[in-house]
Design a protein around this ligand. Structure first.
Ligand code: NAD
Length: 363
């Protein structure tokens, strides 16, 4: 053990004892001087650039230490802005050598969904913990392969469902378990924004485009959280008002879910209109959230006058800190791969229902 590490463990051993964790477990994989996990972002597009990298600067337990990109022209800017060392810059071709880099503890896959499985599995094989953006992957089979790869490599897998780390969302998620207003009877939920791009992965089937995985998944998530149940039957209608752009995937998906208790959810998602709200009619009251799955400002009201409006400085920072804590303390991820898989199972059924214009049972 080198001197710095020994000094660090000695210095912080009290904390480890206080948390009931063995020092070697608590500090496994953490940086020797800062105690933070080193995160490498894979894919430097909109979400990494505009949202995750800035959010990482606000975290307590993470540090942006690495980047993986196919665009060399982006590298100097990222290095300058975030002080990323040359040895922590990777291309997709040499990505697997990240295995030998002790600076990196977590690989965060922020690529188009069609590439999630490939890179999450590669990341697991390097022995790094894996965070992966939503939707988890294109198919149930891909999700299962990702979960299996992380199990075999003995690394943790978390899906970037930022909303599940938001106290405003956790509020109605908890109502799904405690049911203070009785059973939810009817749910209505929307998620959409106007996407004017004409040649993007969101319009490309192979890369995992289509509004269902991108925005529909938020409506699906909220419906599942409100009920605390898994849907057993779906029906769906896919459509586009811009057939010249949406040639391979849907611009709009409307879907209906039936839950085991008999609750029915009616959900709409679209790349053609800005919408984000959730209405729930319970046996003995109602909930209205507007918005229910935004980056910030999720808020709502209950029929008894209760306001849901918890402050949250940065949703993504909360997500990454929670996930880092689960790694540091070796506890379960709040949103593990199995949760991403649950949605993809429903989404597969939704696509079947839309294609065949029928109801599809989910086993
Ligand atoms: P983007 O198009 O802006 O960025 C995608 C990145 O992947 C680009 O840097 C691109 O160069 C790279 N890439 C590598 N190989 C590619 C290929 N073959 N085709 C296309 N791009 C390729 O997309 P984004 O909006 O940053 O989305 C990335 C991921 O983050 C997606 O999974 C998306 O669903 C997710 N996301 C999540 C949230 C959230 O709120 N959780 C928000 C936005 C995006």
């Amino acid at each position: 053990m080198d001197k710095n590490r020994r000094h660090f463990i000695q210095k912080t051993g009290i904390l480890a004892t206080a948390t009931g964790l063995a020092p070697q477990l608590f500090f496994a994989n953490t940086d020797r001087t800062s105690g933070k996990l080193g995160v490498a972002l894979v894919g430097l597009g909109y979400y990494s650039t505009e949202v995750l990298a800035p959010a990482l600067q606000l975290t307590k337990h993470c540090e942006l230490r690495g980047i993986v990109t196919g665009s060399p022209e982006k590298v100097p800017l990222w290095q300058k802005k975030y002080g990323i060392a040359d040895k922590n810059v990777y291309s997709y071709d040499n990505f697997n050598t990240i295995a030998n880099n002790p600076d990196i503890d977590v690989v965060y896959v922020v690529l188009p969904p069609g590439l999630h499985a490939e890179y999450a599995i590669k990341a697991a094989e390097t022995g790094k913990h894996v965070w992966c953006e939503k939707p988890m992957a294109r198919t149930v089979a891909e999700c299962e392969a990702m979960i299996q790869a992380c199990k075999e490599a003995k690394v943790k897998l978390a899906i970037g469902y930022r909303c599940q780390h938001d106290p405003n969302v956790q509020f109605f998620q908890k109502m799904g378990k405690t049911r203070p207003f009785g059973l939810p009877k009817m749910i209505s939920c929307t998620a959409g924004y106007v996407d004017l791009r004409t040649d993007h992965w969101k319009q490309n089937k192979k890369l995992g485009g289509g509004v269902m995985g991108d925005m529909g998944v938020y409506a699906l998530q909220s419906a599942r959280m409100v009920t605390g149940e898994e849907p057993i039957m779906v029906s769906a209608q896919a459509s586009t008002t811009r057939p010249e752009i949406y040639t391979e995937v849907e611009e709009t998906m409307s879907f209906q879910l039936t839950f085991p208790s008999g609750t029915i959810a009616s959900c709409q998602s679209s790349f053609g209109t800005r919408t984000n709200n959730l209405h729930v009619a319970y046996e003995k009251g109602w909930l209205k959230m507007d918005p229910h799955s935004a980056y910030s400002g999720n808020k709502g009201k209950l029929s008894d006058g209760t306001l849901i409006d918890f402050a949250l400085p940065n949703q993504q920072a909360a997500q990454m800190d929670n996930d880092a804590r689960s790694i540091i303390q070796d506890t379960s991820m709040l949103v593990p791969g199995e949760e991403g898989l649950r949605d993809i199972r429903v989404i597969e059924a939704i696509y079947r229902a839309a294609k065949n214009n029928c109801s599809v049972a989910i086993p």
